[in-house]
Design a protein around this ligand. Sequence first.
Ligand SMILES: Cc1cc2nc3c(=O)[nH]c(=O)nc-3n(C[C@H](O)[C@H](O)[C@H](O)COP(=O)(O)O)c2cc1C
Length: 246
Amino acid sequence: MILYYSSTGNSYHVAQEIARQHLGELINMAKPGDRQRYVLADGETLFIVTFNCFWGVSKLVRDFFRLHQFSNVQTIVAVITCGGYLGAGDHALQRILKAKNLPQAAVYDLIMVTNYVVFHEVPEPDAQKQALTAADSRLQQILSGQAKPYCSSAPVRILGIFVHGLYAIFRRTKAFSVSGACIGCGKCVRDCPVQAMEIFQGKVRWRKKSCDHCLKCLHSCPTLAINYGRYGRSTLGKRRYRYPGP
Ligand SMILES: Cc1cc2nc3c(=O)[nH]c(=O)nc-3n(C[C@H](O)[C@H](O)[C@H](O)COP(=O)(O)O)c2cc1C
C-alpha cells in the first residue's frame, strides 16, 4: 500500500514508481474521506510518500494519520521528497507514527526540484532535468535497498522545532493574493486539497483563514494570477513548477 501526498507532482511520480515496482495500491492522502481502517496483507510494506514541509510534513499528512486506523503494519518505508535538505523531516514523521502506535519507518530523503517559491527560485529547465534524473537513480537505489536511510542529528531536531514552527505562520491565507489576471476558471478551487478557496464575483478568494500551504494553486494557475507575500512580492515573476509529463 502506498500513501502519497503531492502538490506539484514530485511525490506523485515517486509514488507511481513504487506502485509500478511493488504492485501496491496507491492511496491519495489528500482525497477527503470518512474515517477508515487500512488493513495490510501479511508481509506487505506500507509506503509513505510526501513532500518536505518546513523540515516536517504538512498538516494534511498529520491529520490523515490522526483520522484513520491501520492494521497489520509491520514495515514502513517513507520517501520524503524535498528541494534541497530534509532537515528534521524524518523525525517529524516518526513522531506521527509513534503517536499512532505504528512501527518506525525507514525514511529516505529524495532531493528533486523545489516548489517553495516563497523563499527560493525554481531552477531553470535544464537544471530541473538534471536534478530529476539524479533523483530517479537515487530512487532506484532506495527501492533496491542500496541506499542508507536518513537520520537527522539531535541538533537538527532541536532546530527543526523552530523551522517547522514557521509553518503555522506561513499557512495563513491572508498572505495570498490574486491579480486582475484571474479569469475565475476555478481550477485552483477544484485542486485545493483542503477546500480553502472559492469563486466570488468571478474571481478566486480564500474562504479559510489557513490552508495546507502546499502552493498547488499558485503553481497551477493558468494565468499566473496567484501570488504570495506582501503585494504578492515573494513570488511575483518567479517561475512556476510542475513535475514534467502528462
Ligand atoms: C510549504 C512548503 C515547505 C517546503 N519546505 C521545504 C524544506 O524545508 N526543505 C526542502 O528542501 N524543500 C521544501 N519544500 C520543497 C518541496 O518539499 C519539494 O519541492 C517537493 O519535492 C515538492 O513535492 P511535490 O511536487 O510532490 O509537491 C517545501 C515546499 C512547500 C510547499
